[in-house]
Design a protein around this ligand. Structure first.
Ligand SMILES: Nc1ncnc2c1ncn2[C@@H]1O[C@H](COP(=O)(O)OP(=O)(O)O)[C@@H](O)[C@H]1O
Ligand SMILES: [Mg+2]
Length: 317
């Protein structure tokens, strides 16, 4: 949090900040920290232009520019405005310095957008991705040289104590002072492998279970089932966010079980009407499915074999 706040601090003096990259596994708090840092900045610079873009949802150049023209500069744009109109809108109305969060930036399809951003005077961005290598692999040289400059902040998984603390605070504010014992918080923390999203989802699932049984607190015996429910819930949410390519891969593996990369690509090509190249698949879509724990990979004599991640790991309390 301090590193991101420091990276943004030049904006307080009216200067352009350096770009900043947050890397780390799912549930490590990247999105939370980026948004909190921008919120802190806004306490210092009340009218700082800012925007949040999730590149998994808005993955084309136009979709991002459209969002910037609305949220960053507040300029209404007609539906399906051209790229040049959008660029011109933002250029004309942007009064920097300002900052945009590009969440899941490794999902951006048209990465020349990153070059566009650089051309907006005074604009800096916070890019969020799981892995630096995967992000850079998808970029052409011109864009890569822009992206290679900037702060890097690497997030580890949370430790068990921190997860317990996050769960405890969330339980107190969401469920009241006595609904969740210390032991339950610690049990949840032990089972979610440093993933705060899983921790909070488990807490919610446990609360739902307890309340359907008419209980006013969460007994420890409900935690095991709650973790399993949470795994399913997080997985369902992730699946619902997949783009058509990722979904096609997922469905092929669902049908076929295990496949080596070449077979997987062949089967995907048959099912998708507008397939990407093998290279793009390897560098972008497949790593994403791995990062979100949907797909497991094993090495077999120099070949990568893919399969769906085990539906829900048996939970041992
Ligand atoms: N330090 C924290 N304190 C409280 N809640 C947190 C913290 N870090 C993460 N969370 C919560 O955990 C969940 C996942 O965090 P998120 O920032 O979305 O992770 P990431 O973007 O790295 O996948 C969110 O519900 C978020 O509110
Ligand atoms: Mg996130």
């Amino acid at each position: 949090m301090n590193e991101v706040t420091d990276a943004l601090s030049p904006i307080e003096d009216g200067q352009r900040a350096e770009n900043c990259f947050l890397f780390g596994p799912s549930g490590a708090g990247k999105t939370t920290v980026a948004k909190a840092a921008v919120r802190e900045l806004r306490k210092e610079v009340l009218d700082v232009p800012h925007a949040y873009v999730n590149c998994w949802r808005d993955y084309t150049r136009n979709a991002v520019l459209d969002r910037l023209s609305r949220d960053l500069v507040g300029a209404a744009v007609p539906r399906s405005a051209s790229t040049s109109t959008l660029l011109e809108r933002v250029h004309r109305n942007f009064n920097g310095p300002g900052v945009v969060i590009l969440d899941e930036v490794d999902q951006l399809r048209e990465t020349e957008l990153l070059y566009d951003l650089h051309e907006f005077r005074g604009l800096s961005w916070i890019g969020i991705a799981n892995d630096e290598v995967d992000l850079l692999a998808g970029l052409d040289e011109r864009v890569r040289s822009r992206v290679s400059v900037g702060y890097r902040v690497t997030f580890d998984r949370y430790g068990e104590d921190t997860i317990a603390e996050i769960v405890r605070l969330r339980a107190r504010s969401g469920l009241g002072p006595n609904a969740v014992s210390e032991e339950v918080c610690e049990t949840i923390a032990r089972l979610v492998d440093g993933d705060a999203r899983m921790g909070i989802t488990t807490l919610r699932a446990a609360a739902r279970k307890a309340s359907s049984k008419g209980l006013s607190n969460i007994p420890k015996r409900l935690v095991k089932d709650a973790v399993e429910d949470a795994q399913i819930e997080v997985r369902q949410k992730t699946i619902s966010k997949l783009n058509t390519h990722q979904r096609a891969l997922y469905e092929v593996l669902q049908k076929e079980g295990r496949l080596i990369q070449k077979e997987l690509y062949a089967r995907y090509q048959e099912t998708h009407s507008d397939p990407v190249t093998l290279r793009y698949l390897r560098e972008n879509h497949l790593p994403k499915l791995e990062h979100y724990n949907l797909v497991d990979v094993e090495q077999h004599g120099g070949k990568k074999e893919y399969r769906l991640a085990i539906q829900s790991d048996p939970v041992v309390v």
